[in-house]
Design a protein around this ligand. Structure first.
Ligand SMILES: [Zn+2]
Length: 283
């Protein structure tokens, strides 16, 4: 039984992700969050999470090679990073949907051979429209493997503040495209990462309309959540929201401090910090 909190959105804090795969885009994100791009070892990461009462952490991979020309994080590296903490860390693969059949094969390898348990996609960095039927074989594979998929939604720190955001286009991350995916794949668990600014209302509508759609709360301190968002999160559909940080850009202590300032009742608090993730991700 899971007793502590569950962070459903942490990035692998390795040089391969932060620096090599991130290029100028991550330098922009780090500036935005006031974080450094120094790598963190798994033991140091666990120590930091222990101090915040977080028991389980979903650690995400990365592959945006086709659109960015920057090297991917090998899914083997994710598997290797988490391997000393099988009860604490859960690895999610990433594959670049633009690689077509190779992406589907890589996903199958990551789950069956490496033991990763979900898929992470970033439509802006990977420059793809999630509802394009060219990518449907990837979702079919997720259903076959019985794994969830987390999609980045809304604006992003990726390239933020650079001229033309170094080519990154926001429209790919409009959550409305995930409405098609959730509708066409009713057996697929679709998680919309982050409050999807500037399409938060769209995101709330999808999460409440489709039983297989959820929201992870990473990327913003809860002290910046607006009142409408908080009403949906606490009163209208509290079973749809899950705690996530966006580590290492946002730390668990900082996120949780913002969350506690909302003064939610224990029932809602436990759902968001633990129970929803345990149910949705079958932990
Ligand atoms: Zn993220």
């Amino acid at each position: 039984m899971v007793k502590g909190f569950v962070d459903v959105h942490a990035h692998i804090p390795a040089k391969e992700y932060l620096v090599d795969a991130g290029g100028v885009y991550h330098q922009a994100a780090a500036k935005l969050f006031g974080s450094s791009l120094g790598s963190i070892s798994a033991p140091d990461m666990i120590k930091e999470y222990d101090e915040s009462g977080v028991e389980k952490i979903i650690v995400l991979g990365w592959d945006a090679e086709v659109a960015t020309g920057l090297p991917k994080v090998r899914n083997e590296l994710v598997a290797d990073f988490i391997k000393s903490y099988p009860d604490r860390m859960i690895g999610f693969a990433s594959v670049d949907p633009n690689k077509g059949k190779l992406a589907v094969e890589e996903l199958e390898h990551s789950v069956k051979d490496l033991g990763l348990r979900g898929l992470k996609l970033h439509p802006i960095a990977q420059a793809f429209y999630p509802n394009d039927s060219r990518f449907y074989p990837l979702y079919e594979k997720c259903v076959e493997l019985d794994i969830p998929v987390i999609f980045h939604t809304g604006t992003t720190g990726w390239g933020k503040g650079l001229p033309g955001a170094a080519g990154a286009k926001l429209d790919y991350a409009n959550p409305i495209y995930l409405d098609f995916v959730a509708a066409d794949f009713p057996k697929l668990t679709v998680v919309m990462a982050h409050p999807s600014f500037p399409w938060v209302d769209t995101q709330l509508a999808i999460a409440e309309h489709k039983s297989n759609a959820y929201i992870d709360l990473s990327g913003y301190s809860p002290k910046y959540f607006d009142p409408t968002f908080i009403t949906h999160m606490t009163k209208l559909a509290p079973e749809k929201f899950m705690f996530g940080t966006d580590y290492p850009f946002l730390t668990p202590s900082r996120w949780l401090r913002g969350f506690e300032s909302l003064n939610l009742n224990d029932e809602v608090r436990n759902k968001i910090l633990r129970d929803n993730a345990v149910r949705v991700f079958k932990l």
